[in-house]
Design a binder for this molecule. Sequence first.
Ligand code: COA
Ligand code: AMP
Length: 634
Amino acid sequence: MTNLYDEAYEKSINDPESFWGEAAENCFWYKKWDKVLDDSNKPFYRWFVGGETNTCYNALDFHIENGRGDQVALIYDSPVTDTIKKYTYTELRDEVAKFAGVLAAQGVTKGDRVLIYMPMIAEAAISMLACARIGAVHSVVFGGFAAKELATRINDAKPKVIVSASCGIEVKRVIKYKPLMDEAINISTSKPAKCIIFQRPMETASMIEGRDVDWVDAMADAAPADCVPVAATDPLYILYTSGTTGEPKGVVRDNGGHMVALKWTMKNIYDVDAGDVYWAASDVGWVVGHSYIVYGPLFRGCTTILFEGKPVGTPDAGVFWRVISQHGVRSLFTAPTAFRAIKRDDPKGELIKKYDLSNFKYLFLAGERSDPDTIQWSERNLKVPVIDHWWQTETGWAICANCMGLHFFPVKYGSPTKAAPGWNVQVVDPDCNQVKAGEIGALVVKLPLPPGSLPTLWQNDKRYVESYLEEFPGYYKTADAGYIDTENYVYVMSRTDDIINVAGHRLSTGAMEEVLSDHPDVAECAVLGVADDLKGQIPVGFLVLNAGVDRDHSEIVKEVVGMVRDRIGPVAAFKTATVVKRLPKTRSGKILRGTIQKIADNQEYKVPATIDDPAILGEMEEALNSIGLAGSRK
Ligand code: COA
Ligand code: AMP
């Protein structure tokens, strides 16, 4: 017997043009598309070619014209500043139009890039929507990245304007954003013409005359700007994500496909209607923040929550329940690590009992593998379906999910359920042959990818093809490994590259190794993601020192930890490293990362047949023991 999911899935794969063409009818277009899917330039596919629209219009003005002007569009809830501020659709549109006017007055026009380096304040979302309004391309950079990472992104995106704030607020400290921005601009080769700074009361940033503009002053006499029609295929934003080297990848999102896909997901995956309150507890610096704090809920006419706080410590592990009950949240989306943090502080869920969660219907988890323990704890304590779904910065929305607006499938722990409509997910071997059900292989998606997924990397078609399309011709490589069972449930097991997931944040161990190698005493190094109860994984560094180095190892470790924090940022959570005499390698010189990882994670391992010298594994165990890993945790 078929259900709505089966029907939708079948149509999306066999007749994608009519499937997505129908979905696009729910959006506003200045000019309808000539073709839903243009596949004339394979492997580059384009959606809604010839169409003209505006993302900001669809997120805000559209709803005002349809009678939602007085409905709350955005709630800024900030336990760290003890503030709750609500914006109706009309108020938000007016703020956005004014800030769009500010950008226009600084010479920003369609196609120009604007870099946004901001904490979780409403002005961050206002800046994003203002860019969309005038057809500028925003690039939001997460606040936890250091100046050097910011500089890399400035050099690649070449923004005309940077929008920032004086500071962000973490649990235990105020983070001065402005000096980080200044330092990044100093070391970057591309320089913005202007910087617009939002001064927060807890920290006043010094301004550079002629370059820096105060947000409040500029808004005071800004003329609101109207929406500018853009091509469906024009870029809406660039979002940098970790690649396998220190150079991040600039994932591009278009306007038309993104709008159509996200609006469709709100009902069909998340089961929310216009007027419902939807909360993604993430950060606007990540893809979850782009898709589900800002754009998706607003396309749908929901009330979205922008939360400046943490799951624990602001002030306690009950804050999520406070927000859900106070604002009547229907659906919460966060990373499993947030729930592990809550569970650690309030194992019995006592704080949940203090709040009325009667409006709360679903918990969605993504960003890393959801461990069954966390899902079951959440199910038991919240008594709502807990939906694991799998996606990536590149895909913009879920590749696999239990689509709650279509059909609820019984949950199988460890699986994000089935491929979402639009995603033809398969498992292949290294020769690109499909493997049998239950066999592990590379998770790939048959081209074309659905609307909303990346059309390319920013000004780098070559890297796009090399990174994602070359290895398995005709398919998009997710770089995740896993399997599909006989009932079409997909299981995502691990990355096939050097990306690790630390507290739901995607990081490259290769990029960390590049930093460690720069230390004058380090001859060779490896960084691995080791299992961690709270953060899922944490990076651990192994250092082989240059011959003759006779310094205190703990000093060297302290220095490399500092270097990663300075160059990549605190978000890397790189706090553990150890000095080893040598690294286990194959006879051809490849570091045996998998084996080291197994030792660190206390898993059984086989001595690889190709190992150069098996005795080294004992040395590794000792080294791992010395930093509290391996055998010591058995
Ligand atoms: N600006 C500046 N610094 C930041 C930052 C930001 N926006 N976000 C995090 N940092 C810093 C933190 O202060 C911390 O620094 P520290 O080493 O001095 O303590 C470091 O980066 C690591 O932060 P974080 O990963 O948040 O770890 P944590 O130990 O402070 O908190 C959790 C752990 C689980 C509570 C936290 O990671 C969390 O809330 N995760 C939710 C996951 C999430 O939002 N994922 C996004 C994808 S859905
Ligand atoms: P990001 O681009 O930061 O969203 O990270 C994407 C990566 O996170 C994926 O390639 C997976 O490795 C991992 N990931 C995200 N969601 C899930 C999930 N539900 N289950 C398993 N892994 C996930």
